[in-house]
Ligand binder design. Structure first.
Ligand code: ATR
Length: 279
């Protein structure tokens, strides 16, 4: 009998995860199937109980359940607990263990195209859930200087206060970050600005960006957001969110099967589905 894997979220219809994971199961000869389930928040507990009852092998968790799922799991990996969010669950002998592969997926994706030195000067734009995963994981990995800018600067301050890892950080108002942009080697965009309905907007002016800076956006639809277009015009190197998506999926696949999959193959599967050309 095939093992069942899944992703739960709401909305979920446009998730690329089923296509990506089913392609991998087929390619690596794993007798399993991955299915997307729309689960409304009020049904989350019932859905987890149902997954337990049918012995699901593992599942991904996406918006809006990444935090809410924690009380319903048997064990939480320490980094996922610090981040306060779970995106991958493994069924180990009937126990549901929660992990967060978003932050580590981001770092792995970034390191596939960029040399992450500990003494880099990093600017993180945004202070929501995605920023939190990336910030904590980067700080844990030893990156020494990560400033955070956000529309609501108090949220950046709070994130810095809550980080359990040693890192030098300042919460910087957007205008100040724009003025001082030339001091940053790496700019990471984590807000929803750049995707629909904000496709024609950039969260920050790149006027003072250095041409040798690297700008990374976690959005992958569209593949090239406005901020990435502007960064490219400035001569900076850029990366869209496809690598993060692919690598978080690769790390989940590895936790479930023990196989770290071919990420180029995964990327091509998603790109074909998106009908786009990589930036
Ligand atoms: P996610 O889990 O995707 O990070 P989130 O936790 O809701 O989502 O965080 C969204 C981020 O995008 C926040 O940094 C948010 O800024 P605020 O903290 O000021 O709300 C940012 N964001 C969302 N809409 C925005 C907008 N219209 N302009 C600027 N920033 C926006």
């Amino acid at each position: 009998m095939k093992d069942l894997y899944a992703v739960i979220g709401d909305p979920i219809a446009h998730s690329m995860s089923p296509i990506m994971h089913n392609h991998l199961f087929q390619f690596y000869g794993v007798d399993a199937h991955y299915h997307a389930f729309k689960v409304e928040t009020e049904n989350l507990k019932a859905a987890i109980n149902g997954f337990k009852a049918i012995g699901i092998a593992g599942f991904n968790v996406t918006v809006p359940h990444k935090m809410k799922i924690i009380p319903f799991l048997d064990e939480i990996d320490p980094l996922a607990r610090e981040i306060g969010a779970v995106n991958t669950v493994v069924n180990r002998d009937g126990k549901f263990i929660g992990y967060n592969t978003d932050g580590s997926g981001y770092l792995k994706g970034l390191s596939s195209v960029y040399d992450i030195q500990k003494d880099l000067s990093v600017l993180l734009i945004g202070a929501g859930g995605a920023a939190r995963g990336i910030y904590f994981t980067m700080a844990q990995s030893g990156v020494e200087h990560i400033d955070i800018t956000n529309r609501t600067v108090e949220k950046a301050e709070q994130l810095i206060e809550e980080c359990p890892y040693a890192v030098q950080s300042n919460a910087v108002p957007l205008k100040e970050a724009e003025a001082d942009l030339s001091q940053y080697d790496l700019v990471i965009q984590t807000t929803s600005i750049g995707m629909s309905p904000y496709m024609d907007r950039s969260p920050i002016s790149l006027q003072n960006l250095c041409s040798n800076a690297f700008v990374s956006d976690i959005i992958y639809n569209p593949l090239t957001t406005k901020i990435l277009h502007q960064a490219k015009e400035k001569g900076a190197k850029i990366q869209n969110g496809l690598d993060m998506f692919v690598f978080q999926g690769a790390l989940a696949f590895e936790k479930w099967t023990g196989i770290f999959p071919d990420t180029d193959r995964m990327k091509n599967t998603v790109l074909t589905q998106l009908g786009g050309i990589q930036c």
